[in-house]
Structures are given as C-alpha cells and as structure tokens.
Design a protein around this ligand. Structure first.
Ligand code: SF4
Length: 282
C-alpha cells in the first residue's frame, strides 16, 4: 500500500487540531467539575471558601474557544479538508463528527442563554442548562472515536480517562436525589435545624449528621444574603421557586418528609441565606 505524505502545511494544521481538541477536552471536564462544585456548595464544604462562580463561566468560554478552534482549523487543510457545512451541519459527514458538532453547538447555545437567565423562567432555563451533560457526553464520544480513527488512543487513554473519571463521578452524584447524598454523608454537613430559641443569634449553625428521621423544620431565608442564584430551587424545587420577577418563593413550613430537601438546599446555598429551625409541634 502506498502512503502519500501530507504537505507540511496540513501536518501543522492537524497538529493544531489535535492540540486544540485535547485542550478543549480537558477544559470541558474541568468546567463540568467546577460547575458541580459551585452548584452544590461542595467547594465551601471542602475548603471553607465560597466557589468563584465566574470560574465556571470562564472555563466554559475557554472550552468553547478551543473547541471552535479545533473545528475551524479543518477549513484550512489543503487536502482532505472540510467545508463550512462539514464543520457546522450535523450528519453532513461522518457520524463521529456529528457528535462533536452537536455537542459543541449545544454548548454554545447553553452559554449564550446564561445571559438570558434573568428574563426567562428559571426552571426552564435550568433544564436547558442541564443539557450540558448531554453535550459533554456527545463530545466525549466524538473525542474517543476521533482518537481511535487518528491513532491517538494511547494519548487519550492516559490523560482522557484521568480527567473524565472525576467529571463522570461528579455528574452521577449531581444527578442523584439530594436525600440519597445526605444519607450517604455527602451532604451531611448541611446547616442543621437549630432550636428556635437559639436561631436568632446563630447565622452560621454547627454541622450535624442527618439521618433523615428528624421532625419538621421551619425554613427562613435571609433576604439580605440571598442573591437569587436559584440553587436552592435546583436542589429542592418543591420547596423553593424563583419567580419571574426575581423574587424567591419558598415553603416556610414544609412537611417532615421534606426535611432532607430543605437541608440539601440550605447546604447548597452559596450565600448561606437559608436557615432551618427545629419545630417541635405543628
Ligand atoms: S437562598 Fe441561596 S440558593 Fe436560594 S436563591 Fe437565595 S442565594 Fe440562591
């Protein structure tokens, strides 16, 4: 079999494509990890510091920049290059390319809609934002099949698995119901429900072990602290709801069975705006 050497120009372009693909893959996994850490408050739990939410956005933008570079450089190839349709329209070429195109375009759409968060129904916006998990899965499929096709599997195998495992683990944890995490001890340091007579003086309450068998709690949100991020709603949509006018509506006296959800929301709130008080009788 006769192999034709590629022109130097195309070799350089393909190296840029490979480098930008790897950079985008790593950044994508970091974006996902940081997003889960900020959304759940786990950064604060691990380090005692609040997560910088802008970091998630910055990583996402870098992921898109490197991902778009990876797609765009194929236009520069002199031999076996792709057309604009080939890099922008899914299913116009190879199936593995289609996964990458769909994943990247979905991510771009999700990033653009972040700017609209204030003006759209939060729950709908969150559902759309959570499609990022689907986008990541498609890009992972694209990356692995691309690596196999281009003979780069050895490189992806080492580095790719290393960054993918934490991202996949955090995704699974993020999608589990909060009460499962509480039972597993992963949200065990949620703000405890404090007795009513102590609550006036305790803005920050000591951590407790939650066994899910406690009684009812009263939910109090500090409006001075609450920044309307809506993370409480993501954790416990039955108890917290961000209204279209930006106000936070919440159930002040949830049933005992909703205690775990209230604690998960209080734990996730980055502003520590949610306080829970024990209620002896109702
Ligand atoms: S209570 Fe906390 S999580 Fe809920 S909207 Fe306010 S700041 Fe965000």
């Amino acid at each position: 079999m006769i192999e034709l050497a590629l022109p130097q120009h195309d070799i350089g372009v393909r190296e840029v494509a490979a480098f930008s693909a790897r950079a985008s893959y790593v950044l994508m996994c970091l974006t996902l990890c940081w997003g889960v850490f900020t959304a759940t408050g786990w950064v604060r739990r691990l380090t005692g510091h609040q997560a910088i939410r802008n970091g998630h956005m910055m990583l996402a933008v870098l992921t898109l920049a490197t991902g778009s570079t990876h797609a765009g450089v194929f236009l520069l190839l002199r031999e076996q290059g792709l057309s604009l349709t080939g890099i922008a329209v899914p299913f116009s070429g190879l199936l593995r390319h289609s996964f990458g195109i769909l994943g990247l375009e979905l991510m771009i759409a999700i990033t653009l809609t972040v700017a609209l968060k204030r003006w759209v129904n939060y729950r709908r916006w969150l559902r759309f934002h959570q499609l990022a998990y689907v986008a990541v899965a498609m890009i992972v499929v694209h990356s692995w099949f691309g690596a196999i096709a281009n003979g780069h599997l050895a490189v992806l195998w080492l580095g790719g698995v290393t960054v993918l495992v934490p991202a996949a683990t955090l995704t699974v944890l993020r999608l589990l119901p909060p009460r499962w995490l509480i039972r597993a001890g992963l949200l065990g340091a949620a703000p405890a429900a404090v007795p009513a007579q102590r609550s006036q003086q305790s803005a920050i309450v000591p951590p407790v072990t939650v066994n899910g068998t406690g009684g009812p709690v009263r939910v109090i949100v500090d409006n001075q602290r609450c920044k309307r991020y809506g993370i409480c709603q993501a954790e416990s949509p039955d108890l917290f709801q961000l209204m279209e006018d930006g106000r936070l509506r919440y159930i002040r006296d949830p049933d005992a069975g909703e205690r775990a959800g209230a604690q998960a929301a209080a734990m996730a709130c980055p502003m520590r705006a949610i306080e829970l008080r024990e209620v002896s009788h109702r």
